[in-house]
Design a protein. Structure first.
Length: 225
């Protein structure tokens, strides 16, 4: 049973997400947070009022960036102010792309921006198929569910930055960076992916387990004071 004393996590669910992405995140947060889905077709939309109640805002995975942007662009000013004033933003895959600026919510200080990992030099994965990608997570080899995920070109001189993971070619795969008084957590792959995701695409994780511990590491890093 959800306790009203729990901090609130707003999870976007709507036309800029794909099936099961918001729910997979919610499943991992529901023991600690009061999860509220927000979006144009939910009881609560994304705006200054709803964000003012939240400890965490999550933008989950979704479809193509250019196709998704028109659905969420109206939220950009409110989300920027929320994070700037101390809020926490978690972007996964598409949500991580949206932390950038072309197009995006423009949450990365200085010259920071986001791009496709699959187009980077020496990328292990070079297509948009659902697969498993190897990472160095805190210098340890791990494998995470992946579908055309993000890489990050962060301006680490512009704000405090913690790199949690890199792809095997050295590109940043997961990080937390300060923005104003708040923080932005971002990850290209999908550590929230459960067994059903893997089974649907006949995939297996070489680690012999799901990547939920990596998700929780990212959350803990993002939420620390």
């Amino acid at each position: 049973m959800t306790s009203v004393s729990q901090p609130i996590a707003l999870i976007y669910r709507g036309p800029a997400t794909t099936e099961d992405c918001p729910e997979a995140v919610a499943a991992l947060l529901q023991d600690t947070y009061q999860v509220i889905y927000v979006g144009p077709q939910e009881k609560v939309d994304v705006n200054e009022t709803s964000l003012s109640t939240a400890k965490l805002y999550v933008q989950p995975g979704g479809d193509d960036l250019e196709e998704s942007w028109p659905h969420v662009c109206k939220y950009a000013p409110a989300i920027r102010e929320y994070v700037k004033n101390g809020g926490r933003y978690l972007g996964i895959c598409l949500g991580a792309y949206l932390a950038g600026s072309e197009p995006g919510f423009d949450l990365l200080p200085g010259s920071g921006d986001t791009d496709q990992y699959i187009t980077s030099k020496d990328a292990v994965v070079t297509s948009e198929i659902d697969t498993v990608v190897p990472l160095l997570w805190r210098q340890k080899l791990r494998h995470v569910y992946f579908q055309d995920g993000t890489r990050f070109d962060l301006d680490q001189t512009a704000a405090p930055t913690e790199i949690l993971a890199t792809y095997m070619n050295g590109e940043i795969a997961a990080a937390v960076q300060h923005y104003g008084q708040g923080r932005v957590g971002m990850i290209g792959p999908h550590p929230e992916a459960d067994e059903e995701w893997y089974a649907t695409h006949s995939l297996k994780n070489p680690d012999g387990k799901m990547s939920f511990d990596l998700f929780y590491d990212l959350i803990e890093t993002l939420m620390k004071s």
